[in-house]
Design a protein around this ligand. Structure first.
Ligand code: PGA
Length: 264
């Protein structure tokens, strides 16, 4: 089965509900969605309801995602959000393990595994982010780090849930305004470690899991990453925070991906 192309953005802690809904409405009205492509937007929790009210019809609905969730169904977890709360808001996808959550909020692989199982168990899509720090890279354990995150994060995932799963590879050193953009040569070996890890965990079905790349992606470099054989999409921050930037980066990405399909 051919893997789809995925492209989306995470607003992080930016935007009010009105701003997010305006972005989503303009994007949905403007973007030309290619076949075999899924787009997504991940606003803050407080914007989810406003964005979903804008709507859209399958198969062209732009998925709406949450930036995090708690693993427990309910309980004494002040400030947290449960999977059933997200289901009630009709979200399509939950981002788990973003580098900022791992670094600033000390999320562990074991906690992320509990979150992955809770989200998939509810029938929601997961976008699990993995990536090594600059220090881990300097010690030559980038591949090992990402493999550990993947294997613990996906431990116990049932094969019948794999159609809900996508992985984002985001080297921590490449993310955000202070990041150093990665080259395709940096990304390719780790993407193939992730692909091999998926195969190790799930056999041949591991080939069907889309792997996205993220970290300082913009229209100038998007196609260089998606031309890599194991990369099936992009997870973009700053460059996709305007509708024009989102569309330009998506188009550059799909161009590289389609070229890869022709030659690959
Ligand atoms: P960036 O963010 O594209 O602004 O580097 C990527 C991310 O944090 O996922």
């Amino acid at each position: 089965m051919a893997r789809p192309f995925l492209f989306g953005t995470n607003f992080k802690m930016n935007q009010t509900p009105v701003e997010s809904a305006t972005f989503y409405r303009e994007l949905a009205a403007t973007v030309q969605i290619s076949p075999d492509t899924h787009l997504f937007v991940i606003p803050p929790f407080t914007s989810l309801s406003a964005v979903n009210d804008v709507g859209g019809q399958p198969p062209h609905k732009i998925w709406v995602g949450a930036q995090n969730v708690h693993w427990a169904p309910s309980g004494a977890y002040t400030g947290e959000i449960s999977v059933s709360m997200l289901l009630a808001l009709e979200v399509d996808l939950v981002l788990l393990g973003h580098a900022e959550r791992r670094r600033d909020f000390h999320e562990t692989d074991d906690e992320l595994n509990r979150k992955v199982l809770a989200v998939l168990g509810a029938g929601l899509r997961v976008l699990l982010a993995v990536g090594e720090t600059a220090e881990e890279r300097s010690f030559g354990v980038g591949g090992e780090t990402v493999l550990r995150q993947l294997k613990i994060g996906l431990h116990g995932v049932e094969p019948e849930r794999l159609n809900l799963l996508q992985i984002a590879y985001e080297p921590v050193w490449s993310i955000g305004a202070g990041g150093t953009p990665a080259s395709p040569g940096d990304v390719e070996p780790i993407a193939s470690v992730i692909r091999a890890g998926c195969q190790d965990l799930f056999g041949g079905s591991g080939d069907e899991i889309p792997i996205l790349y993220g970290g300082s992606v913009d229209p100038s470099n998007a196609g260089t990453f998606t031309a890599l054989p194991d990369i099936d999409g992009l997870f973009v921050g700053r460059a996709a925070w305007t509708v024009e930037g989102f569309i330009a980066t998506y188009q550059a990405g799909i161009h590289g991906w389609e070229g890869d399909r022709v030659t690959g």
